[in-house]
Design a protein around this ligand. Structure first.
Ligand SMILES: NC(=O)c1ccc[n+]([C@@H]2O[C@H](COP(=O)([O-])OP(=O)(O)OC[C@H]3O[C@@H](n4cnc5c(N)ncnc54)[C@H](O)[C@@H]3O)[C@@H](O)[C@H]2O)c1
Length: 366
């Protein structure tokens, strides 16, 4: 199994996103403090989970230079916490701690914390300001960028949410030094996706991971954020090209939901489910003549070199197909895929019949 050797040193220029900056590296804490001072917030709330409280606040708090009251809120870690009950708890805690409309919420954590923190802030008293400090690879290259916030409804992914941008995103890759390897791989899935949908040269840097120069990983992270941001800037509310980012996610989310609700299955990390989704949807792209067989095999080989192959039994497939009906990208009751149109290009609003989806699972299993 592929493992990362960690070697991150960011000194990149900030990226302008739709209405907020994405800042990089240790030097960014200065503009963060300046921003907080300028806005004269009443109280600063920091949302963490148990792990980011333990591993990340010891780095974050010494950088935070403010005379304002700081309140730390901690929730349990994991996708199972990303639901409306946790939001109710958080809205209640904010109320009890006297949060007003001039409060700031700083979300220090992975995609669960940035998704739920962004949603809680966007809805509390009709919206308070929030900042993301992503601490997982996945949250750095994907979840913290683009303004999608929300929670799951039961086992259905991201059914409740809003698009609302943070005031600022600060990427400090030092946080990754405590992140477990499986979580690093989970984030890598979204980086591979960015290459596959938008930048063949970027994909080529990953396709043979043994040869990838991970000493330069900060540049790879930076490019991934650039790609995500470039797509979002063109279509912030996902009426067109932003759907490209859903490649691998139509089947990936259904698989993630199915494994989440099924106690006999191991819980899949988001990126692990998306990795399978990308193989299946590449197969569908190939079968629809959008991708060559050689390209499909290249993608399958590269992804399988990073991610453990998951066993699907015959009885698993129909419930996964049933979950597709709830995919929030569906339009007029039709399941919508973003399929590859060659490596580095995408075709949105594509349909697939169930037979082809079942065949994609057969090929994955083989
Ligand atoms: N909003 C978006 O655009 C978007 C995009 C992609 C994914 N997502 C969402 O992101 C979520 C997945 O995010 P994730 O993979 O970051 O999961 P996560 O937030 O659950 O974090 C993964 C695990 O790593 C721990 N952790 C976080 N930072 C750490 C650190 N520096 N050191 C040690 N442990 C640390 C967390 O406590 C957790 O146990 C999913 O809910 C997914 O739907 C959202």
């Amino acid at each position: 199994m592929f493992n990362f050797v960690q070697n991150f040193k960011f000194s990149m220029e900030s990226i302008k996103a739709n209405g907020y900056p994405i800042l990089f590296g240790e030097k960014s804490y200065e503009p963060l403090n300046a921003y907080i001072k300028e806005n004269n917030y009443s109280v600063i709330f920091i949302l963490t989970d148990v792990n980011t409280n333990k591993y990340c606040l010891s780095r974050f708090l010494p950088f935070l230079a403010t005379e304002k009251t700081i309140e730390i809120i901690e929730i349990e870690p994991g996708e199972s916490e990303k639901n409306i009950n946790t939001c109710v708890e958080l809205w209640t805690i904010l109320t009890e701690l006297g949060a007003d409309r001039k409060s700031l919420l700083i979300n220090v954590g992975g995609g669960v914390i940035t998704d739920i923190g962004g949603f809680v802030a966007s809805t509390f008293k009709r919206g308070i300001d929030f900042i993301h400090i992503p601490t997982t690879l996945l949250a750095m290259v994907d979840a913290s960028v683009g303004g999608k916030n929300g929670v799951d409804l039961g086992n259905l992914k991201n059914q409740i949410g809003v698009i609302n941008v943070p005031k600022l995103v600060l990427i400090d890759t030092e946080y990754l030094s405590t992140l477990p390897q499986n979580e690093m791989r989970s984030g890598l899935a979204e980086m591979l996706k960015h290459g596959l949908i938008f930048d063949a040269a970027y994909w080529n840097q990953f396709k043979d991971l043994e040869k990838t120069d991970f000493a330069d990983f900060d540049n790879l992270i930076y490019r991934s954020i650039e790609i995500k941001n470039e797509i979002v800037m063109q279509d912030p509310t996902e009426n067109g090209i932003r759907k490209a980012l859903n490649f691998g996610h139509t089947l990936g989310h259904a698989i993630e939901s199915y494994f989440l609700e099924n106690e006999s299955k191991k819980t899949l990390l988001h990126g692990e489910a998306i990795a399978i989704g990308m193989i299946l949807e590449s197969y569908i792209s190939w079968q629809k003549d959008l991708l060559s067989e050689a390209e499909y095999q290249e993608i399958k080989k590269a992804i399988n070199a990073v991610f453990e192959t998951i066993i699907f039994e015959e009885k698993d497939i129909q419930p996964i197909l049933d979950l597709l009906i709830h995919d929030k990208k569906n339009e007029y009751g039709k399941i919508q895929f973003a399929l590859l149109n060659g490596i580095g290009k995408i075709k949105i609003n594509q349909e697939s019949d169930n037979d082809l989806i079942i065949k994609s699972f057969d090929d994955y299993k083989s």
